[in-house]
Design a protein around this ligand. Sequence first.
Ligand code: NAD
Length: 294
Amino acid sequence: MTTIAFIGLGNMGLPMARNLLRAGQDLRVFDLVATSVAELASEGATAAQSAADAIQGAQVVISMLPASRHVEGLYLGDSGLFTQLQPGTLVLECSTIAPESARTVHKAAAEHTIRMLDAPVSGGTAGAAAGTLTFMIGGKAEYVEQARSIFELMGKNIFHAGPEGAGQVAKVCNNQVLAVQMIATAEAMAMGVANGLDPAVLAEIMRQSSGGNWTLEKYNPWPGVMENAPASKGYSGGFMAELMAKDLGLAQETAQHFGNSAPMGALALQLYRMLLKQGKGKQDFSVIQQLFIE
Ligand code: NAD
C-alpha cells in the first residue's frame, strides 16, 4: 500500500481520488473546498487541513488543479511543497497547464531531487469516474514506469509523450481538436434542427456518417439527445467552458512558440471568449450550443 497525497478534489480530482481509495491506497486529501475533503473522508480517506498536512508521510503526491498559477503556487517558492517533500517523492501533476509552466516546475523538482511527471488527462468526468482516463505524460521514462501502476488505477491508456512538458503539449493539441469538433457539432445541430430535423435523428445520422466524432459519440451538446451528457443536465458538471478557453489560450501560445499558425484554434478561442462574456464560463463547455440558437 502506498501513501498518496491528493490535492485538488474538483470535478476531476474527486472521482480520480475515489478510484485510488477503492483500490486500497492510503489516501490523504486536501482541497480549498472543505465539503469535497469531507466527502472523501467519509469514504475512508484522511482529511488534511492544508497541502502541507496532506503530504505528511506520502511517497506519492498527485495534484489536479485548475491552471498554471495554482500549480506553481502549490509547488514553487519558499513555502512551496518542493521545500517540504522528502527527496525521491514521486509527483504526478495531472492539471492541464502551460508546457512552459510545466517545464519550470520540472526544473524546480529536479533541484529538490523530486521525481516529477506532467500527466494531464483526457476522458472527462465520466472517464475519471470509470477509471478509464487517458494520461499523456512528460518526463523521464523510468519515472513513468515507476508510476504506471498508480496511473492504471485511474486510467486505461498511459502514454509517454516525451520529455518534460511533452504531456502538456499533447494535451493542448488534443483539446484544440475537441473544441473545434464541439463547435462544429453544435453549429450543425442548430442548423439541422432549425430546418426541421429531429435533434436525436440528426445526431444519430451524423454519428454513423463521415461527420462522426467524439462529441457525437459521447457528449452531444443538444439537450435531451444523450441522457447522461451535461447538455441534458442544464450544462452542469463536466468540463467548464472557462477551462476550455484556458486550454485554447495555451494552444495558441504553444503554436506561436515555434511560429506555427493555428487559425481553427484561434477562432474556437474567440467563440469561447464570447461565451464567457455571456456569463457561461462555469457551465460545461458544450454550452457553446447556445451561441447558435439564441
Ligand atoms: P475544478 O475547478 O472542478 O477543480 C479544481 C479544484 O482545485 C477545485 O476543487 C479547487 O478548489 C481546487 N484548488 C484550487 N487551488 C487549490 C489549492 N491551492 N489547494 C488545493 N485545492 C485547490 O476543475 P476540474 O474540472 O477538476 O479540472 C482540473 C484540471 O483538469 C484542469 O486543469 C482542467 O483543465 C483539467 N481537465 C478537466 C477535465 C474535465 O472534464 N473537467 C478533463 C480533462 C482535464
